[in-house]
Design a protein around this ligand. Structure first.
Ligand code: SF4
Ligand code: SF4
Length: 431
């Protein structure tokens, strides 16, 4: 199979910036929907005192994870947050007391088998920290009678420009990553592990290889070419194992579980301490940020409360993105809170590189979008079908396989909104 995808300018100018824990903000706003699943019900009320690690939201749905307070302080309100999906979710607003008092009794979970491990992972509030937000206990809870999983792929590709939070996790938290791997291997009974890292992180590759050598022969480290979207699930499964995840399949169908490296590090920490997911490592970068950096902040911190550390004047920002420039989401309000799935805050002066000189012209049938698509779709045909609301062609040309990587829009000389239209087309088919 020919390796498709595109080459991007990495702009990873924060790779050498050690993460800094920022002071606790005066207030946080913690969203009740932070994973790709059901929203949580609020478990606290206005006036309640809360502690770090206290559960403040949960759901009775399997496809959901609880939400914990990231600070100690007092609940001042239950507000609403408009999400990029167009849905509104509830938020718990907390005024912090600056003391960061932890919930008493937090301790390493008692785990003896796969079920208790999956329960512990759910209770930790863990979901895919690379951006997808898929509840981790659901991924781990695969049916052993249906799937024969023999390989764990740790996704450390971090293929989007600017982002270095996974890179810093590998350098700063390597022991937690290997503890996470050991727990997953043990309780899920997975034999082989592959840590997959793009070649532009040589120090992380070296460190992971040293640690892997000490940890055991069945952990290998694979250096991947720096071709976007190397970190997409189907792409990384193929490039690390040679197995193809076909339409309608999940990686477990071909014997693989994929988890992001920061998710693995969190699991490793949680299994030792019992402290749930309450903070996030974030890359702060973009041409409006004078001092690009990596910071660790409580979940629920407003993006505007992070900018000062990067010497960024909010007035100078024309466009801000939560996440990477290819797959991140535009931030319309800098008061919005950091969620579990956010790994970067990018701030640009002139609309960012995606928007600069973006005058759309007619398709010149150059075929570059087709050449770039990692899953072999024909974006130009899909665009035409979407414009005509031709559901049959959209289905026939498999728009559902589009992973929204943005490669087609990026390479298009006519600056057509191909990836964006595919998202709308998928929504059209769902209605
Ligand atoms: S069609 Fe979808 S998967 Fe293919 S390049 Fe465009 S956004 Fe990526
Ligand atoms: S890359 Fe743009 S101009 Fe070229 S075929 Fe695709 S849509 Fe048309």
């Amino acid at each position: 199979m020919k390796l498709k995808g595109i080459f991007l300018d990495h702009k990873k100018n924060t790779a050498g910036s050690a993460s800094v824990v920022l002071p606790t903000p005066k207030t946080v706003r913690i969203a009740m929907q932070q994973c790709a699943g059901a929203a949580c019900d609020v478990l606290v009320k206005v006036g309640d005192e809360v502690l770090v690690g206290q559960k403040i939201g949960d759901s009775d749905k399997y496809m959901s994870v609880p939400v914990h307070s990231s600070v100690s302080g007092k609940v001042t309100g239950i507000s609403e947050l408009l999400q990029v999906s167009g849905r509104v979710c509830k938020c718990v607003d907390i005024e912090t007391d600056g003391e960061q008092r932890y919930m008493p009794g937090l301790k390493a979970p008692q785990v003896s088998d796969k079920d208790s491990f999956c329960n512990a992972v759910r209770e930790s509030g863990c979901c895919g920290l690379g951006g997808a937000g898929f509840p981790t206990h659901v991924k781990f809870g695969f049916d052993d009678t249906r799937f024969s999983v023999d390989t764990l792929v740790i996704n450390a590709a971090e293929c989007e420009p600017y982002l270095t939070s996974d890179h810093r996790t590998m350098l700063e938290d390597a022991d937690s990553i290997f503890n996470g791997i050991a727990c997953i291997k043990k309780y899920l009974g997975i034999k082989n592990v592959c840590i997959a890292i793009e070649k532009n992180k040589p120090d992380a590759i070296d460190l992971m290889r040293q640690k892997a050598q000490r940890a055991g022969a069945d952990i290998r480290v694979t250096a991947l070419s720096t071709r976007y979207p190397q970190g997409a699930e189907k792409v990384i499964v193929y490039n690390t194992t040679g197995r193809v995840v076909c339409e309608g399949q999940i990686p477990a169908d071909v014997g693989v579980i994929v988890i992001n490296v920061s998710t693995c590090a969190f699991i490793g920490q949680y299994m030792k301490t019992g402290v749930p997911l309450v903070s996030k490592r974030i890359t702060v970068s973009g041409d409006a940020v004078a001092s690009p950096c990596n910071v660790i902040v409580p979940i629920g911190t407003a993006f505007e409360d992070i900018l000062w550390y990067g010497d960024c004047d909010p007035e100078s920002i024309d466009k801000a993105i939560a996440g990477g420039p290819m797959m991140g989401t535009d931030l319309f309000d800098l008061r919005d809170p950091v969620c579990k799935t956010h790994s970067a805050l990018l701030a640009f002066r002139h609309g960012g590189e995606r928007e600069r000189n973006r005058v759309q012209t007619a398709c010149i049938r150059c075929g570059r979008c087709i050449e770039a698509c990692p899953v072999g779709l024909m974006p130009t045909v899909l665009e035409k079908a979407f414009d005509k609301k031709d559901r049959q062609t959209l289905k026939k040309m498999k728009v559902s396989l589009c992973m929204n990587c943005g490669s087609c829009s990026y390479v298009c000389p006519a600056k057509r909104d191909l990836a964006e239209k595919n998202q709308l087309a998928k929504a059209l088919l769902r209605t």
